[in-house]
Design a protein around this ligand. Structure first.
Ligand SMILES: [Zn+2]
Length: 349
C-alpha cells in the first residue's frame, strides 16, 4: 500500500515537473510552431534503447498532420480521440518487441510491460523510457485524468489509471491506433558479468549505468564497510565505512568492462577525496570494487590512460579494491531517478 501511495505521489510530482518544463520549453516559437529540444531515448540498430539524447520536437501545422496521418489515426493522435474498445489491432499482439509512436516512431512501450487488462485497449504497466512520454492533466468529459502524450510529437496516446495489477500499480491504457509494433528485442545474453562502482551519491550513478546500452540491470547498495546489512541512515553517518555504490550487471558481448570503467572515471571527479560536489564523507568516495584480477588490471589501465591524457589536473584518489559483500539498499532508493526530478550533483563536462 505504501509503495502504491509513493507511486501515485511520484506520478503527481512527475506531472508537476513536466508542466513546469513545458512552460519553460515554450520559449522558442518559429512561424507559429513551438520548437524545443527534448531528451529522448531512441532504439539502436540492435533493438535496444539508446542513451538519452537531445532531439527537436516535431511540430507540424494541422494541415500537415492531416496529410501525414490516415483520418482514423489523426482523430486519435491529434484530436485526443479514443478508438472503440476491443477494436485495436495491437490488443491481441503477443510477440516480443517495441510499441512505437505511429506518428514519429519513438519507442514508447516494451512487450514485457504489456498485460491483459480486459479494458479493451492495449495496456502497459510502465513506459519503456520515462523520457519518451509526457503526462498532462486532462479535464475533458467532466473527468480528471492523466493523459499520456508522445514526448517528441505531442501525439495523444491514451491515459494512465491507478488500477494496474502489476508492481507499478498503474495501467497505461493506450490506443492501438496511436502505436505501431516493431517485432524483436535484443537477444538474451548467453553470459553476464558484474561490475561495482562508487562515484558519490548512488542515485545519479545508477541512472548513468542504467541508461548505458548493454547494461542488463542495475542496483544501488552499500559496500566496503564493517556493519552487515547497513541501513541508509547508518551509512549516512559515515561511521560504518561503506561506500554508496552501484552494482552493474552487463552483457560483455555488447559493452565491455573497459567501456564501463571509462564511463565511471569520466562521469565523476575522481580527484576529490571522499567528496563529490556538495556531498562529503567516506560514503561518497570514488572506488572500483573489482570482481577479479582482470577487472583490477583494466580499471588501473583505464585510470592510467586518462591520467596520461591529462584528463584531470589533480591526482586521482580513486580506490581500486577487491569487491566485498554488496548490501542492496532499501527499495525506495532503487531507480530513484525514474520518479524524482531532483538528481545528485554530477560534474559538468
Ligand atoms: Zn510521436
Amino acid at each position: 500500500m505504501r509503495t502504491r501511495i509513493l507511486l501515485v505521489f511520484a506520478l503527481l510530482v512527475s506531472v508537476a515537473v513536466l508542466w513546469a518544463r513545458q512552460a519553460v520549453g515554450r520559449a522558442g516559437v518559429q512561424g507559429g510552431r513551438d520548437t524545443k529540444e527534448v531528451q529522448v531515448r531512441e532504439l539502436t540498430e540492435s533493438a535496444e534503447l539508446g542513451a538519452p539524447a537531445s532531439v527537436k520536437t516535431i511540430s507540424k501545422d494541422d494541415s500537415d498532420w492531416l496529410q501525414a496521418l490516415r483520418p482514423e489515426r489523426y482523430k486519435i493522435l491529434r484530436q485526443a480521440g479514443t478508438e472503440a474498445p476491443f477494436s485495436g489491432e495491437l490488443l491481441a499482439e503477443r510477440r516480443d518487441g517495441w510499441y512505437v509512436c505511429h506518428a514519429c516512431g519513438l519507442p514508447l512501450f516494451k512487450s514485457d510491460a504489456k498485460f491483459e487488462s480486459h479494458c479493451g485497449w492495449p495496456s502497459f504497466s510502465e513506459p519503456s523510457a520515462y523520457e519518451n512520454i509526457r503526462l498532462r492533466m486532462d479535464t475533458s468529459h467532466g473527468m480528471v485524468r492523466t493523459e499520456i502524450q508522445c514526448a517528441r510529437c505531442n501525439g495523444h496516446l491514451g491515459h494512465v489509471f491507478e488500477d494496474g495489477p502489476t508492481a507499478t500499480g498503474l495501467r497505461y491504457c493506450v490506443n492501438s491506433l496511436s502505436l505501431d509494433f516493431k517485432a524483436g528485442l535484443p537477444a538474451t545474453p548467453t553470459r553476464t558479468d558484474t561490475a561495482i562502482f562508487a562515484a558519490g551519491c548512488f542515485w545519479g550513478v545508477e541512472k548513468l549505468f542504467f541508461e548505458t546500452p548493454g547494461v542488463v540491470s542495475t542496483a544501488v547498495g552499500y559496500i566496503g564497510g564493517a556493519v552487515p546489512d547497513p541501513t541508509y541512515k547508518q551509512v549516512c553517518t559515515g561511521k560504518t565505512g561503506h561506500a554508496e555504490a552501484v552494482e552493474v550487471v552487463f552483457d560483455p558481448a555488447r559493452v565491455s568492462f573497459r567501456e564501463l570503467a571509462k564511463l565511471f572515471f569520466e562521469s565523476h571527479d575522481p580527484t576529490t577525496l571522499d567528496r563529490q560536489g556538495p556531498d562529503h564523507g567516506t560514503q561518497y568516495r570514488s572506488a572500483v570494487f573489482f570482481g577479479d584480477a582482470e577487472q583490477e588490471r583494466i580499471a588501473k589501465e583505464v585510470r592510467d590512460e586518462l591520467v596520461a591524457a591529462r584528463t584531470w589536473t589533480d591526482p586521482v584518489v580513486t580506490k581500486i579494491v577487491p569487491a566485498a559483500v554488496f548490501w542492496k539498499a532499501e527499495d525506495y532508493h532503487q531507480k530513484w531517478f525514474l520518479t524524482h526530478p531532483v538528481q545528485c550533483h554530477r560534474p559538468k563536462r
